[in-house]
Design a protein around this ligand. Structure first.
Ligand SMILES: CC(C)(COP(=O)(O)OP(=O)(O)OC[C@H]1O[C@@H](n2cnc3c(N)ncnc32)[C@H](O)[C@@H]1OP(=O)(O)O)[C@@H](O)C(=O)NCCC(=O)NCCS
Length: 382
């Protein structure tokens, strides 16, 4: 039944007020709707056969009184009626409950009967006090509840670390360089590792864009990500990694003209993979894009699994299969799981990569906080 149909409206010297009757006090939304429809008194008839059931109703009734700043009259059955199966045994303790604020009794109970005894409970309800407390109480839960949806949407979810694996994401420092170089040797055994000069240049031009993941239990760097801002119009879809990153130095970083955060690197130590480390590095990267007001992140996802399919599938068909979920790629599947979409597939993105055979998917993530004037598949935006 709708809460409105359970309202008994009456005129008072303070205007229209209402009494609501509620048989489902465990559902806060119903009572809140009644309170918003001017219910100032809630009547909760209840029938519970043991103390536990009674307390469930009683605690909920008290909560409704506090959160809606209203009187709650809890009228319950007591005693036993052995000849009537549904109410053969009852447990109850009638009460009149109030909000928990200065004008009311300290324990939020205006009047209360004795447990499980048939009796009349009497108390004086002051409707003026209820009106005052709704507009000028110590706290204003009924008024503030209008913002509940907004507040809930702003809640940040935090990841609880697994026992023995407590990860800190922080900006890269110079004393991380040695660990990052070692990490790149482990992650790309056949490739030239990052150099201290390149990493120093990243910190010089764009320190906010460089992150490491540190295992707090061991103090070891187990992951890193590096990014720069580019003016997309200065490049085209076929641009390779060397050109996008000015040979890994990020000297082409263009915070004044660029609107695209470019992901140049992300890697996680093999022993720490599939534990959410890269996802957290990407969360930091996304937060950075949002903080800087950049409409998008783009990157080249090197197709690490392509060498297994190269004999039978073109790179474009392989990417389609990964996007459709019929194939899995160690890099692209990860990027798709982070909310990226594929804009195109390019050859010669990476020179000597035996796994991707040089192929990469150009991928994009759109900043949800920015209206996407530039969101189309076009690549010709700054
Ligand atoms: C790609 C890489 C950074 C992912 O790091 P990671 O810490 O293992 O990734 P996460 O644990 O955060 O993965 C998050 C999600 O991505 C997806 N994912 C990650 N690795 C995947 C894989 N090998 N295959 C399929 N999906 C994968 C999964 O959905 C995963 O969630 P789940 O583990 O709950 O299923 C890591 O494999 C790596 O360092 N690879 C080598 C370097 C590299 O190629 N970097 C990319 C350059 S473009």
């Amino acid at each position: 039944m709708s809460p409105r149909r359970r309202l008994r409206v009456f005129e008072t010297e303070f205007g229209r007020m209402a009494v609501a009757i509620c048989y489902d006090v465990e559902f806060p939304e119903i009572v809140r709707a009644a309170a918003r429809a001017q219910a100032h008194i809630l009547v909760v008839p209840s029938c519970t056969d043991d103390r536990q059931g009674f307390l469930r109703v009683r605690y909920c009734a008290q909560a409704r009184a506090i959160e809606n700043q209203m009187y709650v009259i809890h009228a319950c059955t007591v005693g036993s009626l052995p000849m009537v199966p549904a109410v053969s045994l009852n447990y109850g303790q009638a009460s009149i409950l109030t909000p928990s604020d200065f004008p009311f009794s300290r324990d939020g109970i205006l009047a209360e009967g004795s447990p499980n005894q048939e009796m009349m409970v009497v108390g004086e309800l002051n409707l003026r006090t209820i009106l005052d407390t709704r507009s000028a109480g110590t706290v204003l839960p009924l008024f503030d509840s209008k913002r509940s949806a907004e507040i809930a949407s702003a809640v940040s979810f935090v990841t609880l670390s697994q026992p023995g694996f407590d990860i800190l994401i922080r900006h890269t420092r110079r004393d991380d360089f040695e660990s990052i170089i070692e990490l790149s040797r482990v992650c790309y055994p056949d490739d030239v590792p990052w150099t201290a000069e390149q990493l120093a240049a990243h910190l010089e031009v764009f320190p906010e864009g460089q992150f490491v993941a540190v295992d707090r239990t061991t103090g070891l760097v187990v992951g890193m990500s590096a990014s720069l801002i580019v003016r997309w119009d200065d490049y085209n879809l076929e641009t390779n990694w060397q050109d996008f990153t000015a040979n890994g130095t990020f000297r082409n970083h263009d915070p004044a003209g660029g609107r695209t955060l470019y992901g140049a690197e992300i890697m996680v130590h093999p022993a720490s993979r599939r534990q959410g480390v890269a996802r957290r590095l990407y969360d930091a990267r996304k937060e950075l894009a949002i903080h800087l007001g950049l409409p998008r992140i783009r990157a080249g996802a090197r197709l690490r699994g392509y060498h297994r399919y190269a004999a039978t599938l073109s790179a474009a068909d392989y990417v389609k299969a990964v996007v459709n979920g019929t194939a899995s790629d160690p890099t692209l599947s990860f990027q798709i799981a982070q909310g990226f979409r594929v804009l195109g597939v390019v050859k010669h993105y990476l020179g000597q990569d035996g796994e991707s055979l040089g192929h990469a998917a150009v991928i994009e993530w759109l900043n949800p906080r920015i209206a996407h004037e530039a969101a189309g598949a076009t690549l010709s935006r700054a």
